[in-house]
Design a protein around this ligand. Structure first.
Ligand code: ADP
Ligand code: MG
Length: 635
């Protein structure tokens, strides 16, 4: 067969990534072997599953295994599997491009990384998978044939801009990856990967739990007579880690297992085990990663854990096992009593899966609660990475709302540097304070400077500072914690001044201002719902607030940005009866009700109140014209 060699260019992102890998900013180069073995193991899982699903698939599944071959003279290391293999198109797609969402963002961060340590940490968070080969090799040859296809494909690259592809007639089923190792002395950090002893040690350290046999030739020195067939042995113990009792697994093993299932290079933050025995048996080994994946908030982001049935891999990213707000949790669930035939669709309805899911959720929430109580630093890390996702659970999982609420932390006026739990907030509540107060907004600065906060600050009442977009959503769903109401300080009526302001005073004041309020309401007409006196202001003349059940302005904006038709929510204008601008306006209105400038002053007051909460003016040009005119007159 006259094979034709075609040359392709790597996708730009891959080129960039390879540059980094080749110039090795990652110090633990042994990781390349873990990645190749991990891919081989995945390929064997997939083949077993596919042969099970498709009885017509002509493949031999008798002796599924991984082999690691060394050739010291040629300076090559080869990792082979007889798994699912790849078609030519798949090779181009899977090896020539990066499909991971968030790659562009990652590369940008990498470019901005100030030093080598920063870049190394980022690579560690991203994980470069197959490309890790180029940390130790200057040439990589991959030969593969997809199960059920006749022709194989050979892929080859030196890691610079291009790779070649050619058809091969006699490739065995599965994939072999041959690394042409860089000269041993090129870089002092590089171990000798043609040393059987060294490679065996790496395999045992990183891949012992792989459930397929990893075979290597016995070392030459142990070999018998010249010319005898080399003896082959299995180097890994193959014990499924999740099926072993806790005492029989080490921290290091768990970490390597995590890296394999999560395709991560960093260590997990926390390990969670669960087993149920009896009529309905399953084991789960779950991990909370130490960093959020790049695709955490992407629509096509990966989610879910791996599902096994009786040690047999069934699927990746099994989204039925965990709710979406816990999509960052990685690991394995092995159920004994499920049918091997389950599909994503049937799983959703499966009662056993629903039961497992319920227990997993409870256990994960309880684990985080433990962290919160016993390891503040770890909890803070957890919350920093995953808090935004967890808060989705406040809306999405009403059954566990209280448990989710317990593990949440929020910004607060109590301490700008530190987040607080609701429990801590409640402990700090002042005598006479009935409710838990919060305000939502675009940023801490906007909230801190908003007029709504004034009276609360004057009273020393703590207010939660909620600045994530998701906060706007859950505050409508969560109305209380520990018997205390959650109240927005920018919505509804506020009664704060009961102790220093008697009822008669208030009535009198209402009478005094009735004329002004009535006139302003009329003058501002369609722009406001109501004009009333405020008890939440101390230094600002006015603020705008919503009715208790009104859509918050941010949410209104968000819905509109998403293309929903939302009627304009009219705001309530509240005036500070103690502010000279307001008392002055009242006096002017009483004395000269027909003066032309009064209407403009009312409009300016409204405009200022809107700006103070970070809102948008309906007619900014007019606002500026009137303001400029007024300023001019003061000169
Ligand atoms: P990841 O494993 O995180 O997907 P990799 O860079 O390690 O990323 O591998 C990219 C893809 O290439 C894999 O998802 C898989 O589809 C394919 N692949 C790699 N190695 C093999 C192999 N030995 N057999 C079959 N497919 C493979
Ligand atoms: Mg991989």
């Amino acid at each position: 067969m006259n094979a034709q060699v075609e040359t392709f260019e790597f996708q730009a992102e891959v080129r960039q990534l390879l540059q980094l890998v080749i110039h090795s900013i990652y110090s633990n180069k042994d990781a390349f072997l873990r990645e190749l073995v991990s891919n081989a193991s995945d390929a064997l899982d997939k083949l077993r599953l596919e042969s099970f699903r498709d009885k017509d698939l002509a493949v031999d599944t008798e002796d599924l295994h991984i082999a690691v071959d060394l050739d010291a003279d040629a300076r090559t290391l080869t990792v082979r599997d007889n798994g699912i293999g790849m078609s030519r198109e798949e090779v181009v797609q899977l090896i020539g491009t990066i499909a991971k969402s968030g790659t562009a963002e990652f590369l940008k961060q990498l470019k901005d990384a100030k030093d080598a340590a920063g870049a190394q940490e980022l690579i560690g968070q991203f994980g470069v998978g197959f490309y890790a080969s180029f940390m130790v090799a200057d040439q990589v040859t991959l030969v593969t044939r997809r199960a059920g296809e006749d022709t194989g494909t050979k892929w080859e690259s030196g890691g610079a801009g291009t790779y070649t592809i050619e058809a091969v007639a006699d490739a065995p089923q599965g994939t072999s990856v041959t690394l042409h190792l860089k000269p041993a002395d090129a870089d002092e950090q590089t171990a000798d990967y043609t040393s059987s002893w060294k490679v065996r040690e790496i395999v045992k350290r990183y891949s012992d739990f792989i459930t397929w046999p990893i075979r290597m030739e016995k070392q030459r020195s142990e070999e018998g007579a010249e010319g005898a067939a080399p003896e082959v042995e299995t180097v890994n113990s193959m014990k499924a880690l999740w099926a072993r009792p806790k005492e029989e697994t080490t921290e290091a093993e768990l970490t390597e297992f995590y890296k394999h299932v999560a395709h991560d290079w960093a260590e997990p933050l926390e390990t969670i085990r669960l087993r149920a025995e009896g009529t309905f048996e399953y084991q789960a080994l779950l991990f909370i990663p130490s960093h959020a994946p790049l695709d955490l908030f992407m629509r096509d982001g990966k989610r879910g854990v791996q599902l096994y049935v009786k040690r047999v891999f069934i699927m990746d990213d099994c989204e039925s096992l965990l709710p979406e707000y816990l999509r960052f949790v990685k690991g394995v669930v092995d159920a004994q009593d499920l049918s091997l035939n389950v599909s994503r669709e049937t799983l959703q309805q499966d009662r056993q899966i629903q039961l497992i899911r319920k227990r997993l959720v409870k256990k994960i929430l309880a684990t985080v609660k433990d962290l919160q109580a016993n390891d503040g630093e770890k909890y803070a890390k957890f919350w920093g990475e995953f808090g935004k996702a967890v808060k989705e659970g406040l809306v999405a999982d009403p059954d566990n709302r209280d448990a989710v609420l317990e593990i949440c932390s929020f910004g607060s006026t109590a301490d700008a540097e530190k987040q607080t739990t609701l429990r801590e907030y409640v402990e700090r509540m002042k005598d006479g304070q009935q409710d838990i107060y919060f305000m939502t907004g675009d940023s801490r600065a906007v909230i801190e400077n908003s007029p709504h906060l004034e009276a609360f600050q004057a009273k020393g009442f703590e207010v939660l500072v909620l600045t994530d977009p998701i906060d706007e959503m859950w505050v409508d769903a969560v109305t209380e914690f520990d018997g205390k109401q959650l109240k927005s300080i920018a919505k509804g009526e506020v009664e704060l001044d009961a102790d220093d302001d008697s009822g008669t005073d208030r009535e009198e004041r209402a009478k005094d201002f009735a004329g002004l309020l009535g006139w302003m309401g009329e003058h501002l007409g369609e722009s406001v719902k109501e004009v009333r006196l405020s008890s939440r202001l101390t230094t600002s003349p006015a603020c705008v607030v919503g009715d208790t059940h009104d859509l918050a302005p941010n949410l209104e904006k968000m819905y509109r940005a998403m293309g929903h038709e939302v009627p304009k929510v009219k705001r309530i204008l509240e005036l500070n009866p103690g502010h000279p601008l307001v008392t002055g306006l009242r006096k002017a209105h009483e004395e000269r009700p027909d003066e032309a400038g009064l209407g403009e002053t009312a409009e300016l007051l409204l405009g200022m109140a809107v700006l103070a909460e970070g809102g948008d003016l309906t007619d900014p040009a007019k606002f500026i014209r009137v303001l400029a005119d007024r300023l001019e007159r003061t000169l």
